[in-house]
Design a protein around this ligand. Structure first.
Ligand code: ZN
Ligand code: MN
Length: 475
């Protein structure tokens, strides 16, 4: 059984309890003040924007938002935590309950959300790469006090792949509502996993082990696979699983012990005396609710139902609001839905990846794609030629029709011209003609191939067949 705790950095301009800017890549300790450094006497002031983003996240997950929640101090010592405590929420969190549902390979998946609360991030210990310091650990407090939302699931996940899929879907929802930028490389979304095994035929759940700080879907899956195998081997050998906190050692490809597992009472939680209870009234919840966009899973279902897209294409297109907008614009411009999806998940996805672009920045707008596809529909060019033209449009701009005309890419259906080519091909291959006469009709395919080659694949195949048959009869 697997349960996750996901931390997502909220996309605010400033920190949770002070006016310091939230930025990345600034020199260490350049975005700090007495509040986020925890200097004596400095008082926190709550960032209302962070509350809105946390409430939006809660609503997107169908959580109940409490009209009043309470901030609490979570006390522990660590060099990157100058106050000696983290301001978080404990027994009265912002929101509880909720559900994330999605479809995985045609199967309905649902994971219950236990709670969602606001808290501040800690600073960063830089063991290397701290300017001017080598052989020491440097502390950067730029991250200290950045707003986070923590989302805790019920233990509803049953496999490492399941957990990774949930993590990915959850990130997608949080990005969709604008709660987080969701940049994995920047560590905007991180995950801790609790894993416990239940030996076959027993009702008793094994000791849970926590694996901390997994910042990619793949690492989460691999760390859990390793951890499940490790615990299974211990149980098979009759050894008790220790209750502990482990971390994923990427290089070694295994989890390693960090420390014995602390329990809630170890943190000596108590109410934050410097902040009043957080009140979120029903009007504020309602007005934030109206800001909720269509969520990725709903969009996927809509694309599958309304346009008959297969699951994988509905997921790929519907997972991205901008890709959906492109798709819908192409369909409005006359492209058949399945074709529009083929272009988006094929050529367009490839070129976007190559250019490291997002689809909003695609150099070929949906209308131009529609005019290209119209040329295929009209039989002016083949699909293969269309792909080449699209590539040209993408790289150098220009309209499909102009490129086809300028480069003579249109299908050769000029009968007189084709006849000349056919005659030429037949004359140049007397041996094949003899074989054809000897009753080997398969040789016809060879001739068709030669004519297609001579026309750069642009000849109308039906016409070529007809002309060849006539020419070979007469030859
Ligand atoms: Zn500050
Ligand atoms: Mn936390």
């Amino acid at each position: 059984m697997i349960g996750l705790e996901v931390h997502a950095q909220l996309a605010t301009r400033t920190k949770l309890f002070c006016g310091c800017a939230v930025t990345a890549g600034e020199p260490p300790n350049s975005r700090v003040c007495p509040v986020c450094l925890g200097l004596p006497g400095a008082l926190p002031v709550l960032n209302g924007g962070a509350v809105d983003l946390a409430v939006l996240s809660a609503l997107a997950l169908g959580c109940d938002v409490h009209p009043a929640s309470v901030f609490a101090r979570k006390n522990y010592f660590y060099p990157d935590l100058p106050k000696g405590y983290q301001i978080s929420q404990h027994d009265q969190p912002l929101a509880v309950g909720g559900l994330l549902e999605w479809t995985e390979r045609g199967e309905a998946r649902r994971v219950r959300i236990e709670r969602l609360h606001l808290e501040e991030d800690a600073g960063k210990s830089l063991h290397e790469g701290f300017p001017g310091v080598s052989g020491f650990t440097g502390l950067d407090f730029n991250r200290s006090g950045i707003p986070l939302v923590e989302i805790v699931t019920r233990p509803d996940l049953r496999s490492p792949a399941d957990a990774a899929a949930f993590f990915e879907r959850l990130r997608e929802v949080l990005v969709e509502v604008g709660a987080t930028q969701g940049n994995m490389e920047e560590g905007h979304v991180r995950c801790d996993a609790n894993v416990s095994l239940r030996p076959d035929g027993t009702a008793r759940l094994g000791t849970p082990v926590e694996v901390k700080n997994l910042n990619s879907f793949r690492y989460l899956e691999r760390a859990l696979e390793h951890e499940v195998a490790r615990q299974a081997a211990l149980l098979d050998a009759g050894v008790e699983v220790e209750r502990e906190t482990r971390s994923w050692d990427l290089r070694a490809g295994r989890t390693v012990v960090m420390r014995g597992k602390e329990e809630a009472h170890d943190y000596r939680f108590f109410r934050e005396p410097d902040l009043p209870p957080l009140r979120v009234g029903p009007e504020r919840v309602a007005s934030l609710g109206r800001r909720l966009p269509e969520l990725p899973e709903a969009r996927r279902r809509r694309l599958a139902a309304a346009f008959g897209l297969p699951d994988d294409q509905a997921r790929q297109v519907g997972g991205d609001r901008a890709a959906t907008a492109y798709f819908e614009a192409a369909v409005r411009a006359g492209v058949a839905p399945r074709q529009a999806a083929n272009w988006i998940t094929g050529e367009i996805a490839r070129l976007l990846k190559e250019g490291r672009l997002s689809i909003e920045a695609a150099p070929v707008p949906p209308g131009a794609l529609a005019r290209l596809v119209a040329q295929v529909e009209a039989g002016t060019i083949s699909l293969g030629v269309a792909r080449g033209v699209f590539d040209r449009m993408w790289r150098t701009g220009g309209e499909a029709e102009a490129i086809v005309a300028r480069e003579g890419l249109g299908r050769v259906d000029d009968e007189a011209r084709l006849e000349g080519i056919v005659r030429e091909v037949v004359r140049a291959n007397p041996k094949a003609v003899a074989q054809f006469r000897a009753g080997k009709p398969l040789v016809l395919g060879f001739f068709v191939g030669q004519v297609m080659k001579a026309t750069g694949g642009k000849a109308d195949p039906g016409l070529v067949n007809r002309l060849l048959a006539r020419e070979l009869e007469q030859a």
